[in-house]
Design a protein around this ligand. Sequence first.
Ligand SMILES: Nc1ncnc2c1ncn2[C@@H]1O[C@H](COP(=O)(O)OP(=O)(O)O)[C@@H](O)[C@H]1O
Ligand SMILES: [Mg+2]
Length: 293
Amino acid sequence: MTTSAADTAATTTAEPKLRLEGVRRAFSVRGRKGAESTLTALEDVTLDIAAGEFLTLVGPSGCGKSTLLDLLGGLAAPSAGRILLDGEPVTGPGLDRGLVFQQYALLPWRTAQGNIEFGLEAKGLPRRERAERAREYLALVGLDGFADRYPHELSGGMKQRVAIARSLAFDPEVLLMDEPFAALDAQTRESLQEELLSIQQRTGKTVLFITHGIDEAVYLGRRVAVMTSRPGRIKSVIDIDLDRSAEEDLRSTPAFAHYRHLVWRELHDEVAQAQRSELARPAPASAEEADHG
Ligand SMILES: Nc1ncnc2c1ncn2[C@@H]1O[C@H](COP(=O)(O)OP(=O)(O)O)[C@@H](O)[C@H]1O
Ligand SMILES: [Mg+2]
């Protein structure tokens, strides 16, 4: 079923965990001749995310997904509109939201355990408790034996597990994830997807997961929000009603193909649109030089 973002907001009864209300984000950019202009990354983004929901967000490259995550994380402020967490405006970063990015952002001079403890120091936990909690979360992401490894001794998938464990160890109510598995190989990505789903089910966290992968969006999301090309708006929100408890290869079922197609259809025109505006833009100087035709 496809509904507009406005319908979804209207039919939600309980107060949402996260609410985006007419969010706009514009940047002031300098053109080639130094002239300033405004680049609108997001326009009138309206969306509710319920407590304990797993929502995935897809959209063409450059449509404002990361910009939106920065706003939710409190790393930047909207140019217009409001972002509410439990009904209160988001005014900056907070331990109530955990962020996970595509790049792991681990401290190279700290072990896996040390990286997780680092965040807990900010929370003011006593040393023993920090160590215990770090071990607990390493186990949760399947890294029991790796506490003393440094980031350079870990594979990409393991580093991303540490980054996820670090975010979870704060015990944030909301996890904000920006293409966290995009840099991983397909096998590792699938196993982390499964692990994330099971962690989310066990902990009841509210998750907003950004991806440009349709399969990933359908596999993880109870709802998939599709964004338009820039300026990004919520084009539609698709309910994904899959029986995830069934012990089978969910991705190869007809139901999965059905939802995959629904999301693909919504996204298709937007990707084409994004590519058209990319082509219409004047090429950067280096590309012109490279073009001998
Ligand atoms: N700090 C910034 N200053 C100027 N433009 C920006 C800035 N951050 C992002 N943009 C622009 O905003 C648009 C959306 O970017 P982004 O949110 O990274 O897209 P996505 O994550 O969907 O690929 C892009 O056109 C990008 O170039
Ligand atoms: Mg991005």
